[in-house]
Design a protein around this ligand. Sequence first.
Ligand SMILES: [Zn+2]
Length: 284
Amino acid sequence: MALENLRAMLSKAAAGRYGVGAFNILDYNSARAVVQAAEELGAPVIIQTSAKTVTFWGCRTLVGWIEDLAGRAKVPVALHLDHCKDLGLIRECIETGWTSVMIDASAKPFEENLALTRQVVEMARPKDVTVEAELGAIVGVEDEIHVKEQDSHLADPRQALEFCMQVQLDCFAPAIGTAHGIYKGEPKIAYHILEEVATSTGVPIALHGGTGLSDEVFRRCIALGCAKVNISTQIKYAFIDGFVGYHNAHHTQYDPLKVIQAQFDEMKKAIAGNIKLFGSAGKG
Ligand SMILES: [Zn+2]
């Protein structure tokens, strides 16, 4: 199938109260793991790229891989740009084939965040590219964006409604207490904010900082309106551990394709586990 944007994918998920997994890939092998896991489970899926990964490989290389993988897949696949502050890079992704983008101007004051988000929506619409925006500050490190705990703040539901009334979003990421990276303690999720924002705005919500949340927390967030569930850190771990683990167990072998296969298997297992947990298996 050709790459899709997030619109139909997320509105079906929000209505059916399941979550579509959005997995941050690093290379062709990880993208292949995402598509194969989704296909085996019959699930719609979002391949997500950080701005850093896009810059590392270049837009055309990445799009070539993903279009090839999606083209042969029997499930809907979207290509989404994660947290991006650079309008130039957003434009380049829109022009080269991304079907969805996230503008992250959440560090700016409300009005500026809104203005930048509007600019991206105007850029994206003619190409039928969907747009995600963020309000509040999600703690942790994501793609060189560092947010210290004392600087994190939850989204204000009234501001969230105001934001979503002023700009037509396809997906919204209010800060609700989740964090990027690895959790040090039990995360305190502001379920009341999530519920209020999801209900009042009617926009499908993106859950950031998914890695490390308990199954129970995932289920509750999805039930309250999180239609897109981001998983990045867990893929990074599977990427490195799958590779290093195989080499350590067979350290005299030096057969790169076996190492890459072990890495693929580790990532695919992690991705499949998430898809089942989010309830999107069989929804593609
Ligand atoms: Zn995020």
